[in-house]
Write a protein that binds this ligand. Structure first.
Ligand code: PGA
Length: 250
């Protein structure tokens, strides 16, 4: 049985004091869950958040990293740096980074490798645009993105990669893929992993759904056979709402 992993993606929101307050409110509400709870916070909040999640079951992730360890890359943060303060997870290849910051399948692949080299667990985002969907290309796009993201990883690394299927048209729009639709897309990603790495690895990989997940639709989505939790943007900014999502099975 795969575990459910529910990760918040705060994007460019929350000041350190707000992050600390958020964690104080969230922690008691999620302490009894069996689901994995992750908050992916802005760099500036990482250290404060890590201090405040001590003695809780909340894990902390970053939202991006550079693939080099160090060097003349003004404004960048490396996997080694994230690891040094105790960060566990890192989102890689979010569609907003692909769209606005020139992230490519190639840099995504390099970043995933660098994340593993530094002992970080990557949450890798894939997803189709509305145009690609309307052209009937969803499956082709998301399986190709997955294949290129995972290229050259060991089977063990593939098994430890979290994939977030996030249809771009559903992000921040209030539009959610139907549970069946999201499940089918996720199945096609799992099938691709099976084709390349075999059934055992494919059965173990956590694949989340992301795109307008809220308290009221989490249960329907997360109860589907292949959806292993969610990557949550807007609804992860309110502790009570995020707790509802984490506790969808209570
Ligand atoms: P949303 O964002 O939940 O606000 O749609 C999801 C994401 O971008 O990860």
């Amino acid at each position: 049985m795969r575990r459910k992993v529910i990760a918040g993606n705060w994007k460019m929101n929350m000041l350190p004091n707000e992050a600390m307050e958020f964690i104080e409110k969230l922690a008691p509400q999620v302490k009894d869950t069996d689901n994995e709870v992750i908050l992916c916070v802005p760099y500036i909040d990482l250290f404060y958040s890590l201090l405040n999640v001590q003695e809780t079951n909340i894990k902390i992730g970053a939202q991006n990293m550079h693939f080099k360890e160090s060097g003349a890359y003004t404004g960048e943060v490396s996997g080694k740096m994230l690891k040094s303060i105790g960060v566990e997870y890192v989102i890689i290849g979010h569609s907003e980074r692909r769209q606005y910051f020139a992230e490519t399948d190639e840099t995504v692949n390099k970043k995933i490798k660098a994340a593993f080299e530094n002992g970080l667990k990557p949450i890798v985002c894939v997803g189709e645009t509305l145009e690609q969907r309307e052209e009937g290309k969803t499956k082709e796009i998301i399986t190709k993105q997955t294949e290129l993201a995972l290229e050259g990883l060991t089977p063990e690394q593939v098994q430890n990669t979290i994939i977030a299927y996030e249809p771009i048209w559903a992000i921040g729009t209030g539009k959610t893929a139907t549970a069946e639709d999201a499940n089918n897309s996720i199945k096609s990603i799992r099938d691709k992993i099976c084709q390349i790495y075999g059934q055992k690895i494919a059965n173990g990989v956590i694949i989340q759904y992301g795109g307008s997940v809220k308290g009221e639709n989490a249960k329907e989505l997360f109860e589907m056979s292949d959806i292993d939790g969610g990557l949550v943007g807007g609804a992860s900014l309110k502790p009570d709402e995020f707790a509802k999502i984490v506790n969808y099975d209570k």
